[in-house]
Ligand binder design. Structure first.
Ligand SMILES: C[C@@](CO)(OP(=O)(O)O)[C@H](O)COP(=O)(O)OP(=O)(O)OC[C@H]1O[C@@H](n2ccc(N)nc2=O)[C@H](O)[C@@H]1O
Ligand SMILES: Nc1ncnc2c1ncn2[C@@H]1O[C@H](COP(=O)(O)OP(=O)(O)O)[C@@H](O)[C@H]1O
Length: 289
C-alpha cells in the first residue's frame, strides 16, 4: 500500500552570528553560531514504494541523483530501517519544489535532507529517536542535525552540539546576490581567522541585534564581490550581514512594514524577499522524542 506525505516544509536557516573558534585535527572548524529558522524554504512530497527503490521524481539542476542530499538521506535511513525490519522493502518516490538558492548559506540541501529523514522515519515507521536521526544526519553534513533538532539553537562543535535558545520575533529581508558560494572554498581560505574568543550563550540571550559577527563574511566578500555589494547596500538599513558561508545576506527588522519598505527599494538585479522568524520546525510534531 502506498502511503503519502505531501507538502512537507524544509525551512531555511539564518546564522545570526557565526564565530570560528578553532580547527579540529580532521580539518573541520569549531564554530559558535545561533541558528534561526525562517518561514521560507523548499517543499517536499513523499510516497512510499514497496520495491525498495528510492526515486527522485523531480530534477535538481546540476545535482546528479546519487549526490542529491535528499536521495542520500533516504538511502541512509533505508539501511537503518532494513536492519530493524529485514523482511520489509523500504522505498520512496520523492518530489521537491526547490525555492532556496544552492550555495546560499540558507542550509537548503541540509534542510531537505532533514525533512527527508523526519518524513520517511514517520512513513516507514522506523521508530528512530530524534537523537538517532540527528546522528544519521551528521553523516550527511554539519548543518543537518540542527534541522532535526527542530528549534532555534546555539550551536557549538562543528555545528552539531545544540542548545535551544530564544530569539526575538522579527522579520528579515534576505538578498540573494546571484552567486553560489561553495562552503569548502570559504573554510579552506588562508585568510580565514580561526581564533575568535569563545562566547557564552548567556552573552547572546535577549540581544535585540544579531550579536557578534560572521567570521566567514570577510573571506566571502573578497572572493565574491556581489556578496560585499549586497551587504554594503543592506547596511543602510541596519545590522546587515551574511548567513553561513554565503552567499545570501540579511537584515533584521522588528516590524513587517519596515521589511516591506526596504524590499520595495532593493535594486532589481538582485532577488530579494522577506521572511519571518519561526520558533519551531514545522515538522517537529512528527518526532516525539
Ligand atoms: C557554514 C555553515 C554554517 O551553518 O552553513 P552553510 O553556509 O553551508 O549553509 C555550516 O557550518 C556548513 O554546514 P554544511 O553545509 O552541512 O557543511 P558540510 O557539508 O558538513 O561541509 C562542507 C565543507 O565545509 C567545511 N566545514 C564545514 C563545517 C565545519 N564546521 N567546518 C568545516 O570546515 C569542510 O571543509 C567541509 O568539507
Ligand atoms: N537537495 C539539495 N539541495 C541543494 N543542494 C544540494 C542538494 N543536494 C546536494 N546539494 C549540493 O549541496 C551544495 C550546498 O547546497 P545548499 O545546502 O543549498 O547551500 P549552503 O550549504 O550554502 O546552505 C549545492 O551546491 C549542491 O551541490
Amino acid at each position: 500500500m502506498t502511503l503519502t506525505l505531501n507538502n512537507c516544509p524544509a525551512p531555511a536557516k539564518l546564522n545570526l552570528f557565526l564565530h570560528v573558534t578553532g580547527r579540529r585535527a580532521d580539518g573541520y572548524h569549531l564554530l559558535q553560531s545561533v541558528f534561526q529558522l525562517i518561514d521560507r524554504g523548499d517543499v517536499l512530497h513523499f510516497a512510499t514504494r514497496d520495491d525498495a527503490h528510492i526515486r527522485r521524481s523531480t530534477e535538481l539542476a546540476g545535482v546528479p541523483e546519487e549526490s542529491d542530499l535528499i536521495v542520500r538521506a533516504a538511502k541512509l535511513l533505508q539501511t537503518a530501517a532494513a536492519q530493524k525490519n529485514p523482511n520489509k522493502n523500504f522505498g520512496a518516490d520523492i518530489a521537491i519544489e526547490k525555492n532556496l538558492p544552492m550555495g546560499g548559506g540558507l542550509g537548503g540541501g541540509s534542510s531537505d535532507a532533514a525533512t527527508t529523514l523526519l518524513a520517511l522515519n514517520h512513513l516507514w515507521q522506523v521508530g528512530l529517536t530524534r537523537a538517532e536521526l540527528m546522528a544519521l544526519g551528521l553523516q550527511l553534513g554539519a548543518d543537518v542535525p540542527f534541522f532535526i533538532f527542530g528549534q532555534n539553537a546555539f550551536a557549538e562543535g562543528i555545528g552539531e552540539a545544540l542548545v535551544a535558545v530564544k530569539t526575538p520575533d522579527r522579520w528579515f529581508v534576505v538578498i540573494e546576490p546571484g552567486v553560489s558560494v561553495p562552503t569548502q572554498k570559504i573554510f579552506s581560505s588562508s585568510e580565514l581567522t580561526r581564533d575568535t574568543k569563545p562566547v557564552k550563550i548567556s552573552d547572546f540571550s535577549g540581544a535585540q541585534d544579531c550579536f557578534g559577527k560572521n567570521d566567514l563574511q570577510v573571506v566571502a566578500e573578497k572572493l565574491f564581490p556581489p556578496v560585499a555589494e549586497a551587504i554594503k547596500w543592506l547596511r543602510q538599513y541596519g545590522d546587515a550581514r551574511m548567513t553561513g558561508s554565503g552567499a545570501c545576506v540579511f537584515c533584521p527588522f522588528e516590524q513587517e512594514q519596515q521589511a516591506d519598505a526596504v524590499l520595495a527599494t532593493v535594486p532589481t538585479h538582485w532577488k530579494a524577499w522577506k521572511a519571518k522568524a519561526i520558533k519551531h520546525h514545522p515538522l517537529a510534531y512528527l518526532q516525539q522524542s
